[in-house]
Design a protein around this ligand. Structure first.
Ligand code: HEM
Ligand code: HEM
Length: 429
């Protein structure tokens, strides 16, 4: 029987990325359309702007800072290129994070997309490591002290923490060896990992027969040619992304503080914004819990996620169901109320050492808050499940949304509401 679809003869490079025919509904612009593609565009922009920066940058403690100043003041478009690299890196964290949430909330990590979820986690790690290692390179006060406190966090990882810390900074304090380590990881190791993982990621999408699509369950669906329909839309989205990055970089300069001074720490000393949530956790929990137990538990859950058996696997339905969406909104509102209240209580009111004197700090700030948190989360899961007559998956999703919003509140608090001595302050103070 003759095919109802148009015949496509010229199979070029594009057909490595897309099948010749795609379901018509993937062309529809939605609020999360093209997040993965935008991440790709940003990574390519980082590589181009990074290579241009290499023409000016000198990776030695004496020359790094002056080379950035010279780049900004003496070189044609030097400031713009640095701005593009700086803001592109920040945009990338946002875009990849939202792409990951899109994948999570449409259940696109199940069965045949399992491997791609893990590759995605690897990509996310690469993006974080690039940001972290790049942060040190200008070697100004901001970057030197942010990296100092972040690398100090490794000490709290039991048994191997100090060893990891020594390997990363190449000794006992941030210096020449740290800069060479970070530089090599930043311009060689991570780009190489990205270059391996990204094609693998795209191949897996082809292998899974395209992105997740609820209409695939509805039998025969109308298909259109990916060239030019899909490709022109993608090109338009890429151009919008590039234009937005250029506009932002023209309007806002990347920060550059004074040259790093190891003898004078700024007050407050803050981690880069994407690690602010972690730094904020340190204000409320024992370091062992904040830096090791919680991140270890989070990463383990993310890795194990595809093993959860979902009833409606592969459906591509947002938030599992309409019920799941309502529960999500409820969880987010609960977190928006509880998280700030707990931050204030933990800062000013709750002092278990006064209530129960003589108890070791690891019990006061570690064991007790951790146990209370687990008990609360379990209770929250049960209450939500009963109130909404929900499935186990919808209950787990509600808890996840609750934790996610708490983490966002912690990050915002760390970035905007912490002042000298890491005291809580109003944004306008
Ligand atoms: C995912 C990819 C990448 C990310 C997220 C990233 C991120 C960053 C960040 C956040 C900085 C600090 C910017 C600042 O505030 O000054 C930086 C600096 C730098 N990056 Fe990258 N980068 C990436 C890829 C690359 C590549 C591929 C190269 C070169 C081959 C490169 C070369 C540089 C250089 C030379 C600097 C120092 C100049 C400066 O600090 O402005 N980067 N990077
Ligand atoms: C540099 C980072 C990344 C790039 C460039 C990238 C790129 C892409 C692209 C272009 C797509 C197809 C279109 C779309 O769904 O938007 C995609 C799909 C996918 N990505 Fe990523 N991604 C990145 C990070 C991640 C992360 C952090 C995860 C999750 C941990 C992830 C998991 C997935 C999965 C499971 C799919 C298939 C989704 C589906 O079939 O609906 N990716 N990615």
């Amino acid at each position: 029987m003759a095919s109802v679809y148009p015949k496509i003869k010229n199979r070029g490079f594009v057909y490595h990325l897309h099948p010749p025919l795609v379901p018509q509904n993937v062309l529809k612009f939605t609020h999360t359309w093209g997040l993965g593609g935008s991440a790709l565009v940003l990574v390519l922009m980082q590589i181009i702007s990074g290579i241009l920066l290499l023409f000016a940058y000198s990776p030695t403690p004496e020359a790094a800072y002056p080379s950035i100043v010279a780049l900004q003041q003496e070189m044609l478009f030097g400031k713009l290129i640095r701005n593009l690299h700086h803001w592109g890196a920040n945009f990338l964290v946002f875009v990849v994070f939202f792409h990951m949430l899109r994948v999570f909330f449409t259940g696109a990590y199940n069965s045949r997309r399992k491997v791609n979820w893990w590759i995605g986690l690897g990509l996310f790690l690469c993006v974080l490591i690039s940001n972290f290692t790049g942060y040190l390179l200008p070697l100004d006060q901001l970057s030197f002290w942010a990296i100092t406190i972040c690398t100090a966090m490794f000490e709290y990882i039991p048994l191997i923490g100090t060893m990891i810390q020594k390997i990363i900074i190449g000794g006992t304090e941030i210096g020449k060896a740290t800069l060479s380590n970070f530089f090599a990881i930043h311009v060689a190791l991570v780009p190489m990992c990205l270059a391996i993982l990204m094609p693998f990621h795209f191949w897996q999408i082809r292998k899974a027969k395209g992105v997740i699509n609820p209409s695939s369950a509805e039998g025969k669906i109308h298909k259109v040619s990916s060239v030019p329909q899909l490709v022109t839309r993608e090109a338009a989205m890429a151009l919008v992304m590039i234009a937005a990055l250029f506009l932002f970089s023209v309007l806002f300069d990347a920060p550059l503080a004074d040259k790093a001074n190891p003898g004078l720490s700024p007050n407050p000393t803050k981690a880069p914004w994407y690690f602010s949530g972690l730094q904020e956790l340190l204000q409320h929990f024992h370091p062992l819990v904040a830096v090791f137990v919680i991140p270890f538990f989070t990463v383990s859950c993310l890795i194990c996620l595809p093993y959860l058996k979902f009833e409606k696997a592969d459906g591509g339905i947002w938030f599992l169901s309409e019920n799941g969406r309502r529960m999500g909104i409820m969880s987010a509102i609960t977190a928006l109320v509880i998280a700030p209240v707990m931050i204030v209580l933990s800062e000013y009111v709750i002092n278990i050492s006064k209530i129960v004197p003589g108890v070791p700090p690891v019990v006061i700030n570690g064991v007790i808050p951790a146990v209370l948190t687990v008990v609360f989360l379990f209770g929250f899961y049960q209450v939500m499940k009963q109130k909404f007559a929900a499935t186990a998956e919808e209950g787990v999703q509600a808890v996840f949304i609750f934790l996610l919003v708490c983490f966002v509140v912690l990050t915002i608090t760390g970035v905007w509401f912490r002042g000298p001595g890491m005291e809580l302050v109003w944004l306008w103070d």
